[in-house]
Ligand binder design. Structure first.
Ligand code: BES
Ligand code: ZN
Length: 593
């Protein structure tokens, strides 16, 4: 495997000298002490007769390192914020490959791990553990080369308390075993950020031949209903861009503190329970994570500066799956909502902000700071621009081949641009430089309002002209029409009017996490008191950062709300994953932005 991370500023690895090719993990989960402990055995190649191999670690206790059962010398460099410590291990410069075994354990506060008490799960009876390795948190639970440009295969043995089950981003069990010992194998080489583990009291239900869902017992039925289309989605995806390379595609519904909507761990997407809307209206998120099986997991951003290579392509692919499944008018709504999000982000960041460039510069910063709508939506609209230029059939053929030719490899922005020039020379008349290396959006870019939103805005206009909510024509609307409706409500709106809308459309009581978040975003800054209780309830129970941030921000806009936000955060903070508290501490405790 060609390894290339010379330019990865977020890893201590030096793969041009020595890189790992296989990992064998043997870990036991100690729920009482909140630690994982055991061994990581690494196979490596030494391609430069080097006498040391460099790994990434953060907050790990390294107990011993051996080679052929002999202890070998190692050193840990001074800890650096978010990067952790380089683990530098002496190896034989004469041998071009080798194996070493690292005995270690994790810290209870390891950033990738969230150890949940029984009360923090749906079933309330058993504890739960899950990992979140992207972007550079794998190093907080496995000593490894934690750079997206370095790939390795892995095997694992995980020991769990006897009544719990373990799954990993690998071939997975479908039933519990009585010893609490689970074996895993990932045959395809993956980057470290796709290492994943979840342990809990969950069960498996098949959905199709290659697809299924894991969830806690009391969520399983709902999950089966919500994700019934999974097999169909997988087939539609393959029809678009080629064979699914990971054999099975399962989903696990995690407890609500999971900080993301979804995480594309290979073979098993980790998902927030907030996508269970009971009407399948939020499954584009599943299409998104599934699409990463190609864009991201097969063709992988070489560094976090190229994050749009993962997310922009994935949003494009996601919307193509949704279009194939639900029709053009549905996909148009998704794209338009994405466009609105992009415009908001551009406004918030400022149009000249370097972080609004597709190619990021995250040197000396936590790569988490690069996670914004820019990679997703500006990336998406860039690809749409390419599609428009060459026509869909040609663009589809291009993408199909792109995934095939670059499978299991890293892709940086420049390599992509070269590939594009070679394969689709007609695209060279586009201002590629503006899209990739300049902030903001190219000035000639705009999106027209899709038909279904024209209809929404018609109803909005009627309402503004005095038609009462119950007389509006909204019967056929789906979640996405509602999102646009709420988003387009005027900034100045009386409590009385909000109450009437709420009474008719039950926004404050909505079980749909997207709708309630959108509603709270509008109503909290207006000090609409009936929104406070549902906001508190939501914030106490959900840990998904994408919702927490706008809701807290909306509260922070008034004095009374700020007070409330601080109170709630104090109580809720312990329920959140470190990924979320990292962002929220800055927002609420340190009062930035
Ligand atoms: N891979 C991302 C999540 C991620 C990004 C984790 C960066 C850590 C660092 C995942 O595929 C994703 O994009 N999730 C989105 C959902 C999506 C539909 C936009 C989310 O969690 O909201
Ligand atoms: Zn994604």
């Amino acid at each position: 495997m060609a390894q290339n991370n010379n330019t990865d500023v977020h890893s201590f690895a030096q793969p041009q000298k020595a890189y790992i090719t296989h990992l064998n993990l043997n870990l036991e989960a100690d729920f009482d002490n909140k630690i994982l402990k055991g061994k990581a055995t690494l196979e490596y190649k030494n391609i430069a007769q080097t006498s040391q191999i460099h790994l990434d670690t953060r907050d790990l206790d390294i107990l011993q390192i051996t080679q052929n059962n002999q202890p070998i010398k190692f050193q840990l460099t001074e800890p650096k914020e978010y990067l952790g410590q380089a683990l530098i291990i002496d190896i034989n410069p004469q041998l071009n490959q080798g194996t070493l075994t690292i005995e270690y354990q994790t810290h209870p506060q390891a950033a990738a791990l969230q150890w949940l008490t029984p009360e923090q799960t749906a079933g309330k009876k058993n504890p739960f553990l899950f990992t979140q390795s992207q972007a550079i948190l794998a190093r907080t639970w496995v000593p490894c080369q934690d750079s997206p440009g370095i790939r390795f295969t892995y095997t694992a043995t995980i020991k769990t308390p006897k009544n719990l089950m373990a799954v990993m981003s690998a071939q997975n069990p479908q039933i519990k075993n009585s010893e609490g010992i689970y074996q895993f194998e990932m045959k395809q080489p993956i980057p470290a950020y796709l290492l994943a583990l979840a342990i809990g009291d969950f069960e498996f239900a098949p959905l199709g031949e290659r697809t299924g869902v894991y969830a806690e017992n009391n969520t399983l039925e709902k999950a089966k209903y919500e994700f019934a289309e999974l097999e169909n989605m997988l087939q539609l995806a393959e029809k678009l861009y080629g064979k699914y390379e990971w054999e099975r595609y399962d989903l696990i519904v995690l407890p609500p503190s999971f900080p993301f909507g979804g995480m594309e761990n290979p073979r098993i997407t980790f998902a927030t329970p907030t996508i269970i809307a009971e009407d399948r209206s939020l499954i584009s998120l599943v299409a998104h994570e599934l699409a990463h099986s190609w864009s991201g997991n097969l063709v992988t951003n070489a560094t976090w500066n190229d994050f749009w290579i993962n997310e922009g392509f994935t949003v494009y692919f996601e919307r193509r799956i949704m279009e194939a499944m639900m029709g053009k008018s549905y996909a148009e709504m998704l794209a338009y909502l994405g466009y609105q999000d992009l415009l908001h982000t551009l406004e918030l960041f400022g149009k000249d902000n370097p972080d609004t460039r597709l190619k990021l510069d995250l040197k000396d910063r936590d790569p988490d700071e690069g996670v914004s709508e820019i990679a997703y939506e500006k990336g998406y609209f860039f690809l749409i621009t390419l599609e428009k230029k060459v026509g869909r059939p040609k663009f589809d053929a291009f993408l199909h081949q792109y995934f095939q030719k670059n499978a299991f490899q890293g892709m940086d922005t420049e390599k992509f641009l070269e590939y594009l020039k070679k394969e689709l020379p007609e695209t060279q008349t586009i201002d590629l430089n503006a899209w990739i290396y300049q902030p903001g959006l190219p000035s000639n870019f705009a999106l027209t309002l899709p038909e279904r939103f024209i209809e929404v805005e018609k109803q909005l206009k009627k309402w503004k002209n005095g038609t009462p909510p119950e007389k509006l024509n909204t019967q056929q609307w789906t979640t996405h029409e509602w999102l646009h409706f709420i988003e387009q409500l005027p900034a100045e709106i009386s409590t009385d009017e909000l109450e009437k809308l709420d009474q008719q459309f039950k926004f404050s009581q909505s079980g749909n996490a997207e709708i309630i978040t959108q509603w709270l975003q509008i109503t909290l800054p207006l000090s609409y008191t009936p929104a406070f209780a549902p906001a508190e309830n939501f914030l106490m129970n959900v840990g998904r950062r994408k919702f927490l941030v706008p809701i807290y921000k909306a509260m922070l806009k008034t004095e009374q709300g700020t007070q409330k936000a601080k109170e709630i955060y104090q109580k809720a903070r312990k329920n959140y994953h470190s990924v979320a508290t990292n962002t929220l501490d800055k927002l609420i405790l340190e009062q930035q932005r």
